[in-house]
Design a protein around this ligand. Structure first.
Ligand code: HEM
Length: 151
């Protein structure tokens, strides 16, 4: 079960990063060139949110039930906090990614509520940029931007 979830979570990272970049390119060009907010913008933003939710669910299941890394950390949480690797998996990855998930969600919600098209692009651009920076920073810290977790 765990290898399956881990593999899905691992590959979905690339889809998520690609969707983030696609949404960002459209949001910035739309915002700065005052383009209309088109159907493709909405579809891309919905797809990004879907991939984000999938990543969240896979992550939560591994975190709470299947990951040996979090299991070991929870057995002795005090010790885990002193070990940078255990701390990353028990606290840092989940905290940073949850913030990124909330930002992606807020970007879509505020963009949908915005009064005009330029504002829709702007809201999407700002929240998605911060989410991307958090995700890239958190993955890069562990060499996980393109690689897999070595334990
Ligand atoms: C939303 C953006 C997220 C991205 C881009 C992301 C990315 C990754 C990557 C690349 C790995 C390493 C996979 C591998 O070894 O090949 C990983 C592992 C993991 N992630 Fe995430 N993650 C995200 C969110 C989350 C969330 C929200 C949680 C928890 C609620 C979570 C829990 C985990 C756990 C527990 C592992 C370690 C699995 C193991 O090796 O035992 N992730 N994540």
């Amino acid at each position: 079960m765990h290898p399956f979830l881990q593999t899905l979570h691992s590959y979905n990272r690339y889809l998520l990063l690609a969707a983030l970049i696609f949404v960002l390119i459209r949001a910035y060009t739309g915002w700065l060139n005052r383009k209309p907010y088109e159907k493709l913008d909405n579809t891309a933003s919905a797809a990004l949110l879907g991939l984000t939710h999938l990543q969240l669910v896979l992550g939560l299941v591994m975190y709470a039930f299947t990951s040996q890394l979090t299991k070991s950390a929870f057995e002795n949480f005090g010790m885990a906090m002193k070990d940078p690797n255990a701390r990353y998996w028990a606290v840092e990855h989940i905290t940073a990614m949850l913030i990124a998930v909330v930002l992606i969600q807020l970007g879509r919600t505020f963009s949908k509520k915005a009064a005009n098209d330029t504002d829709k692009h702007k809201k999407s651009a700002i929240y998605t940029t911060i989410a991307l920076l958090i995700i890239v920073g958190t993955l890069a810290q562990k060499g996980l931007l393109f690689g897999t977790n070595q334990g």
